[in-house]
Design a protein around this ligand. Structure first.
Ligand SMILES: Cc1cc2nc3c(=O)[nH]c(=O)nc-3n(C[C@H](O)[C@H](O)[C@H](O)COP(=O)(O)O)c2cc1C
Length: 444
């Protein structure tokens, strides 16, 4: 591992020299045409190979419907030119909301979402809605109300779990199947092209994949740990039309020790055997689209999933270079893409590369490392980046995400999340308010 450094490159040549020095497997390619190629997903087509990744704004109305700020975010993203928009986490049940302002699609607000999805059709992007249950990180009324598939001595105390706290029963988990199916049906009727059954970042289905010590039909073997995810997919498929896309964003590796983490060897390092098997299971079960991620944004190593210059409050500076973190994410996407064959895979971890991300994304597409280049923080900082890339203008350095972690900090402070650096008029005051509340202990 190399020492952590902030981004300091003035040219692609300087970046290439650092990649060479660190001996990380990151390629740069000047020909950006792979980014402009349409990508087929089930019966549909994304007009290009850039995807806006799900970025939760924690700003929906109390009933889960779209607020002004939420609408603003999706209008900005949808006019930005990405070929696929992966809408943020949307709770399937009230008790599984990660915060009181998490999106939740219901009969009551369906018409508002239908209008917004229609407005976001401008660029012809495919629109996928991420369905979630926050599990351990549920806070529907602003206080921790964890629902956990396993006990975890490292994570339990952080959400107030002590003593003989009960884990979620098989009956409770089973009861969620119809909730996902219902949400998917509502999403289809609202005009979404598909849904993602979210299994990343240690929310409920992600942690279930890691529940090696759980007993019964949802714990122990990989077949059992993946059972609920596959049962949900089957129910979603049955409740929606034949063209509807069923997707899964999953953690290839949790960077959290065995037996509590997924994709981890007993020696504490990444073990690819189960992630490869899971990819095969997802493809064989008819998932149309996969997106990879890794790590736990609420624990000690958030750079695993989002390489940064500055860590959020209370997180140590990582003992690895952001290029090492990024290259690991690219290699995880490549591993999954190789196993997934014709099923398209979305990669992530590009935002730290700023204006050079198109060079890396293009090279990754060219070498079969993914089918879409996914942009997370960049989509908040610089929603028009896809247009600038595809129109040949290139990304303007002064508009790029600076990986300052302030969007993550907003979430940690239980505030509405957005880009503090590049969208400061809106998010500067919210950031200040969130920090003041957090430091004075008044945070909700
Ligand atoms: C503020 C914030 C909100 C996020 N919300 C979601 C989400 O709702 N669902 C999800 O799967 N990932 C979410 N992520 C993770 C991103 O989709 C993405 O994987 C991560 O930021 C790494 O990509 P990047 O380097 O392009 O930012 C979020 C990340 C941040 C910083």
């Amino acid at each position: 591992m190399a020492a952590h450094e902030r981004f300091k490159f003035k040219s692609a040549l300087e970046l290439a020299a650092k990649i060479e020095e660190l001996k990380v497997d990151i390629a740069l390619q000047e020909d950006l045409s792979p980014l402009a190629k349409p990508v087929r997903v089930r019966g549909a087509q994304a007009p290009n190979a850039i995807a806006a990744l799900p970025m939760e704004g924690c700003d929906a109305l109390p009933d889960g419907g779209p607020s002004e700020l939420l609408e603003r975010r999706y209008h900005r993203i949808s006019t930005g030119g990405a070929g696929l928009i992966w809408w943020e986490a949307c709770a399937v049940v009230e008790e599984g909301k990660a915060n009181p302002r998490q999106m939740m699609l219901t009969e009551a607000n369906q018409a508002d979402y239908a209008r917004l999805v229609g407005e976001c059709r401008v660029s012809g992007a495919l629109q996928i809605l991420q369905l979630t249950h926050s599990g351990r990180y549920s806070r529907p009324s602003g206080k921790p109300a964890p629902i956990v598939p396993q006990r975890d001595p490292l994570l339990d105390p952080r959400v107030g779990i002590t003593g003989d706290w009960e884990i979620a029963s098989d009956a409770y988990l089973e009861s969620l199947i119809e909730k996902y199916a219902k949400s998917a049906k509502l999403a289809e009727e609202a005009g979404f092209d598909g849904v993602d059954i979210k299994a990343c970042h240690r929310y409920l289905l992600s942690e279930l994949l890691a529940s090696h010590e759980r007993t019964g039909k949802y714990g122990g073997s990989l077949e059992n740990r993946a059972r609920l995810l596959l049962e949900i997919a089957k129910a979603v498929r049955a409740s929606t039309g034949s063209g509807f896309i069923v997707a899964c964003r999953f953690n290839v590796f949790d960077n959290h020790p065995y037996p509590y983490g997924f994709g981890m060897g007993k020696d504490g390092t990444f073990d690819s055997s189960e992630p490869i098997k899971l990819t095969r299971m997802l493809c064989d079960s008819g998932f149309d689209l996969l997106a990879v991620s890794a790590g736990n944004p609420y624990y000690l190593h958030p750079q695993t999933g989002r390489p940064f210059d500055s860590p959020p409050e209370g997180i140590p500076v990582p003992n690895e270079h952001p290029l090492e973190s990024a290259s690991r994410l690219f290699s995880l996407a490549q591993l999954v893409a190789k196993e997934a064959g014709n099923v398209p895979v979305i990669g992530c971890g590009y935002s730290w590369l700023r204006q050079y991300l198109p060079l890396v994304g293009s090279a990754n597409l060219e070498r079969g490392g993914c089918s879409f280049v996914g942009l997370g923080r960049s989509s908040l900082a610089y929603p028009d980046a896809p247009k600038d890339i595809l129109d040949g203008r290139g990304m303007a350095p002064e508009k790029c995400c600076i990986a300052c972690s302030k969007c993550t900090q907003l979430m940690r402070d239980h505030e509405r999340a957005g880009c503090v650096a590049r969208d400061s008029r809106v998010y500067g005051p919210i950031y200040k308010q969130g920090r003041e509340a957090a430091t004075s202990g008044k945070s909700t």
